[in-house]
Design a protein around this ligand. Structure first.
Ligand code: HEM
Ligand code: HEM
Length: 229
């Protein structure tokens, strides 16, 4: 069977992936390492919320391998794949394998919840999330707890993800990282995708930017002055 370099990961998905990596790193830097950058932290957080919304919608309207229906499979497929993995001769999938695919919803849920909880937290000094004053003390406490705790959960998932990718690269000699950079894999041409649906991705990105602007600039309740004093 002839295998050629075939496009598997569309460009919007790849941009999503590497922007996600950069922005999560920036979130850690601006919250945990550097002082005085909480405004930037919030802006990057809005960017991350936009990325998560984009990826969820892309999971329904994007090209084949970006679609949830093409890679989220039931327990028996996950179990079967895990067994083949133990033998070090795992079944081959053009897109995500059934086990690795679980990481996609996990990361989207955790990053999405982290970004949403950020809208309701304050650092008590320089910055207050746009919806902090519109919820009860109890909800503020829950959001603060979520915002602090979920990042540790995210770090565990990222650790597992990077370890898995490196194992595939180094132990199983599967060039996954290159594929997430240039989009191509050595597979049969018919199992790849023809194009990246760039116009659709651009329109979607514009609508999401407008939504985020509305969400964090237009819609938040005005903060009453006596709230501060
Ligand atoms: C903050 C760190 C990271 C996060 C949150 C993250 C998240 C993700 C997500 C959500 C996907 C699924 C892509 C999709 O279908 O939309 C993915 C896939 C992938 N990521 Fe990452 N990633 C991170 C770091 C990295 C790093 C550092 C590498 C390279 C060493 C990497 C390599 C890959 C590869 C190769 C895939 C495709 C896996 C496959 O072939 O099934 N990721 N990542
Ligand atoms: C996915 C996006 C986000 C990530 C990964 C993230 C991550 C973090 C982390 C790791 C911390 C430090 C927590 C700690 O020290 O225990 C933090 C604190 C904080 N974040 Fe975020 N954040 C995100 C989104 C946001 C957003 C959208 C906002 C505001 C609109 C925000 C506002 C804050 C504030 C005000 C603090 C300081 C809280 C405090 O001092 O108790 N974050 N964030």
């Amino acid at each position: 069977m002839t295998h050629n370099k075939t496009l598997v990961w569309d460009l919007p998905l790849r941009i999503f992936h590497w922007a996600l990596v950069l922005l999560i790193f920036a979130q850690w830097l601006t919250a945990d390492v550097l002082d005085g950058y909480i405004d930037l932290h919030a802006k990057f957080g809005y960017g991350l919320l936009g990325l998560v919304i984009f990826r969820i919608i892309w999971g329904f309207v994007g090209p084949k391998h970006a679609r949830f229906s093409s890679f989220l499979r039931g327990p028996s497929a996950i179990f079967h794949y895990s067994r083949t993995l133990i033998t070090r001769h795992p079944s081959t999938y053009t897109g995500h394998n059934p086990l690795g695919a679980l990481m996609v919803p996990a990361i989207l849920i955790v990053v999405g919840t982290q970004a949403i909880s950020g809208l309701f937290v304050t650092d008590d000094v320089l910055f207050t999330g746009p919806y902090y004053s519109s919820v009860s003390d109890e909800t503020q406490g829950t959001m603060q707890w979520l915002h602090h705790t979920l990042f540790d959960v995210l770090l565990v998932i990222i650790g597992l993800h990077i370890s898995a990718i490196l194992s595939y690269e180094l132990l199983l000699k599967k060039p996954l990282i290159g594929a997430m950079l240039h989009g191509q894999k050595n597979v049969q041409a018919k199992s790849g995708i023809n194009h990246s649906r760039l116009i659709l991705a651009l329109l979607l990105a514009l609508v999401i930017c407008a939504f985020i602007y509305w969400l964090v600039v237009v819609a938040p309740p005005e903060v009453e002055l006596d709230y501060y004093y």
